[in-house]
Design a protein around this ligand. Structure first.
Ligand SMILES: Nc1ncnc2[nH]cnc12
Length: 180
């Protein structure tokens, strides 16, 4: 098995290292953080698929999807909220939900600062991320958003990982999994 996967996306090519996440399973690790050319190209393609009306804010989970969300938000003329992975000392009345993910062992959390929770209350939002695999983190974030009185009207990601999430999702391409 080759140790990289060649991803062709928005007219660009990237070599993704294959990373083992279970004894017989590897993923092609997609990290667009810092890759301005890829972030801008994907944001342009994704933003075209967003509704021009009826969206108040974007929301993304920390951390890999933050620059992408920023670039999409700029194109739509919107602001965005980042859901954090842990409670910070400066947060006011933080709202917390548990997450399980295939790339991180154990239980993680998704956290909204109470200040952001107030901003989100009564709003229509799109949730944006770089890769969606099982959708576990996405659904935990949505549970949290629902709890703070916010409605998710769109989910968007650059890549959907094979055999994963089967709900509604706007995405640009699929990403294979590798079994041996
Ligand atoms: N293939 C992948 N690359 C980076 N992050 C991921 N999270 C889930 N699948 C992933």
């Amino acid at each position: 098995m080759s140790d990289v996967y060649e991803l062709h996306l928005c007219g660009l090519v990237r070599s993704l290292p294959k990373v083992r996440v279970a004894p017989d399973l590897s993923i092609a690790s997609f990290v667009m953080l810092g890759d301005t050319e890829l972030i801008e190209a994907c944001a342009e393609a994704l933003a075209e698929r967003f509704p021009r009306q009826g969206l108040d804010l974007l929301v993304c989970p920390e951390a890999k999807g933050i620059p992408l969300t920023h670039a999409v938000a700029r194109r739509l003329g919107l602001n965005y909220v980042v859901a954090r992975k842990s409670v910070k000392s400066y947060m006011e009345n933080p709202q917390v939900e548990e997450v399980r993910s295939i790339t991180t062992a154990g239980v993680q959390t998704v956290v909204l600062d109470g200040v952001d929770a107030r901003k989100l209350c009564g709003k229509k939002v799109a949730v944006v991320d770089d890769v969606v695999s099982t959708g576990g983190s996405l659904l935990s974030l949505e549970k949290l958003l629902e709890r703070v009185g916010c409605r998710v009207v769109l989910r968007a990601a650059v890549l959907l990982e094979e055999g994963g999430f089967d709900g509604d999702l706007v995405y640009l391409d699929r990403l294979p999994l590798f079994r041996d």
